[in-house]
Structures are given as C-alpha cells and as structure tokens.
Design a protein around this ligand. Structure first.
Ligand code: FES
Length: 232
C-alpha cells in the first residue's frame, strides 16, 4: 500500500482506465505521423509524377516562320552567320520567340537537304542547358559555361552533349522560311536527323535496349513531324 502523509485522509490516485476501443496517445501520434507523411509524399510526388509523364503526351506543331528576304543572308564570305530573330507563334510572342543563325554556304541549291544547299540554319539554343550561343569565326560559343561548337555546329569543347539543332528551310518567293526544327548528331561521320530533343538530352537512348525504352527522364518529342530526313 502506498504511503500517505501522517494524519492525511488522501487516497492514492488511480488513473481512469481507458475503454479497450479508444485510441491511445501513442497510436494517435503514430497515425498522425503516417497521415502527415502521406500528405507530404502526395504534395511532392504528384507534381513530380505529372512532370515526368506529361511530356510524353505533349507535342507542338512547328509553325513556319519567315526570316526575311534571301538577299539579307547572302553577303557572308568567311564564316559569319547572320542572326535572324523570329516569333514562331504570334499569339504567344513571349514564349515562342527565338533566334536562328543563318549560314550562307556560297552555293546555290535551294534544297535544304542537298550537299550543296545554299544555307545551313542553326538554332542558337546551346545543347548543354539551353543558353543562347553566339557566332564566332570558329563556329559558335556559349557564354554560360564555355561550350564551343565548330562551323558545323558540332561541339568541340565544354559541357554540351551534342551538335546544335538545325532548322529545315525553304525559299518561298525570295523569302527564307524555316519550316521545321530537328535535332542532329554525327553518326559514323554522317549528319543524322532526329525528332527534337531537349538541351542535355541524348538524341538516342544509350544502352543495349536503345530506342525500345521510352526516354521518360526528359520531355519527349517536342514537335510533331513527318518522316525524319535521311543521314547526309
Ligand atoms: S548552357 Fe551552354 S555551355 Fe552551359
């Protein structure tokens, strides 16, 4: 029996017994922790999952854009491409503006795929993280992390992982018009075209399974397209 002060009529305290069905404090804390963890997981996980999956279903249609009269681009002698700004979608001028570097080869063929095509039209988007590249006498240079490209747009130094994208083009009534965009790489020495990939994304999935595995780590094809041009 518990001791009580001398002469005291106090009785030892007995805690009321909880009914068997009631949630104990420990159980409540455990359930709260699990619930909170699930909520945090949902807040983080749902947008991340949506980010990974959404690009697989999103494709845009490249809208043809006039860059200007052909004569504006034909004064180049040594490698000195002409900058041509454009807005691909007039309804979205802030998000669809871009800059193409138009290189005049000195040749005359208006077929963009011909080996003697008169122009090569490069994208200015660096293939490291997407900064705008600048034309130099040696090719192109990226001011962000030192990426360097030669006059074919092929990376020669720094972190970019592949050549600059190129634009398909046509001459329509004396106007140079870009009509599609392609990612490119040199495979066995041949210029090879691919559906557009994002900066930093390989044009072909590495590993033995290659293209049979969807590339879910990056946004997928960003433009709808017809047949991919044959290697040059
Ligand atoms: S974005 Fe061009 S080198 Fe990094």
């Amino acid at each position: 029996m518990a001791d009580t002060p001398a002469g005291s009529h106090a009785h030892a305290y007995t805690a009321p017994q909880a009914p068997d069905s009631a949630v104990t404090r420990g159980q409540f804390l455990t359930l709260s922790s699990v619930g909170l963890g699930a909520m945090i997981g949902a807040v983080i996980g749902v947008p991340a999952t949506a980010y990974v999956l959404a690009p697989l279903t999103k494709e845009a249609t490249f809208k043809s854009v006039a860059l200007g009269p052909v004569t504006k681009f034909t004064s180049e002698t040594a490698f000195k491409p002409t900058a041509a700004t454009y807005v691909e979608d007039p309804a979205e001028p802030n998000t669809s503006a871009g800059l193409a570097w138009v290189h005049y080869t000195g040749k005359k063929n208006p077929d963009w795929l011909a080996t003697d095509a008169m122009f090569v039209v490069f994208s200015n988007r660096c293939m490291h993280l997407g900064c705008p590249v600048l034309a130099t006498p040696q090719g192109f240079a990226c001011p962000c992390h030192g990426g360097q490209y030669d006059t074919r747009g092929v990376r020669t130094a720094g972190p970019p992982i592949r050549p600059l994208d190129r634009f398909q083009w046509e001459v329509q009534k004396g106007i140079l018009v870009i009509t599609q965009r392609w990612s490119v790489d040199y495979v066995n020495g041949q210029l090879t075209y691919y559906p557009v990939k994002m900066p930093g994304q390989p044009v072909h999935t590495p590993g033995p399974l290659g293209e049979t595995v969807p590339n879910v780590l990056y946004p997928n094809v960003t433009y709808t397209h017809g047949p991919v041009p044959k290697p040059q």
